[in-house]
Design a protein around this ligand. Structure first.
Ligand SMILES: [Zn+2]
Length: 325
């Protein structure tokens, strides 16, 4: 098999990279399985895993509106500074074509994403600012209801899915080249996004509910709906969303979720969204991006064709990120 070009739809280096000033140079992950304050992302590990496209997710946990936007702007600057200091090994990209160029040049292409739409409380001008900054994906909600909608894991859903502002912004995202990301959103909200979106919808980091029954995970009918938009179901690497008993969860469980996602949404709509460094810990055998070749082998053993493996690990994501035309 030729080495797949890998893309990670959801990673959180910026959390510690921005707030704790961690560097990009980590060579190996922390030996502790649960080390939320130690970063797992490292350029060398990413390149060892053939990762040439990474969504650097900016996340402002406590703020909303203009203050959240200000905080995100500072995080974007942190990433630009880190790229400038990386001796050319991390390059900011916006398109699938630029990710392929990053592979040709042997470097990591980082694109901007935002998790939690609280920063969009001001509506279209805020969305326009994110588009101008180069943000390519916005995860609408996180763990508490915000200006755009309700998360599945939150006990009450005051907006019954999307808020009026969320309904207004979802179609506007597609028009500005921003992928609406329904990870964390409650089922009702995902249905509304599928109705309203103009263009592909992604669920950047999720488990499949059929294999791990939690409201945070994606049910089969909504995975099918996402595929109908031409979008992506990114399978995450976080044991509590992969199995009811997360102890001992390993790489094979990620393969199980990918296999299930492929069986309902089609292999062309499955992707990788690790959630690494999101104060999470990874499954055994997938301690960092450098383990992606092992995931490729496991997918091939599970019966996926060479082309399907290439698609799941990166090709599908590149198709959906698009070339900006
Ligand atoms: Zn998340």
């Amino acid at each position: 098999m030729t080495d797949p070009l890998c893309v990670d739809l959801h990673s959180h280096w910026l959390l510690n990279g921005h707030y704790l000033r961690r560097r990009l140079e980590r060579l190996r992950p922390d030996p502790l399985a649960l080390g939320p304050l130690g970063n797992r992302f490292g350029l060398e590990m990413a390149l060892e895993g053939h990762v040439h496209g990474v969504a650097f997710t900016a996340y402002s946990p406590l703020l909303s509106g203009a203050l959240a936007l200000q905080d995100l702007r500072a995080q974007f600057r942190t990433l630009r500074r880190a790229a400038a200091a990386s001796e050319g090994r991390l390059r900011l990209v916006r398109t699938g074509k630029e990710v392929r160029e990053a592979r040709r040049d042997g470097v990591v292409g980082g694109f901007l994403a935002v998790e939690g739409g609280a920063c969009l409380a001001r509506g279209i001008p805020a969305l326009e600012e994110l588009a101008t900054e180069g943000v390519r994906m916005v995860t609408l909600v996180h763990f508490v209801p915000n200006a755009l909608g309700d998360p599945g894991e939150f006990p009450v859903h005051p907006h019954r899915g999307l808020s009026p502002l969320g309904r207004r912004l979802v179609p506007e995202m597609g028009r500005r080249g921003i992928l609406p990301d329904v990870a964390h959103l409650c089922d009702e909200g995902v249905r509304q996004v599928l109705d309203l979106a103009e263009g592909p919808v992604v669920c950047s980091h999720t488990g499949m509910r059929a294999l791990c029954d939690r409201p945070r995970n994606l049910p089969d009918d909504l995975a099918r709906g996402i595929a109908r938009t031409g979008g992506l179901v990114g399978i995450l690497w976080f044991p509590p969303y992969l199995a009811r008993n997360p102890r001992g969860v390993g790489l094979d469980r990620v393969v199980d979720h990918m296999r299930h996602a492929a069986s309902v949404a089609g292999p062309d709509h499955v992707a990788v969204g690790t959630d690494l460094d999101g104060w999470t810990w990874p499954p055994r055998g997938l301690e960092g991006h450098h383990r992606l070749p092992a995931l490729a082998e496991a997918l091939a053993r599970a019966g996926f064709s060479d082309a399907e493996v290439q698609g799941i690990l990166g090709g599908n994501a590149l198709r959906v990120i698009g070339d900006g035309d």
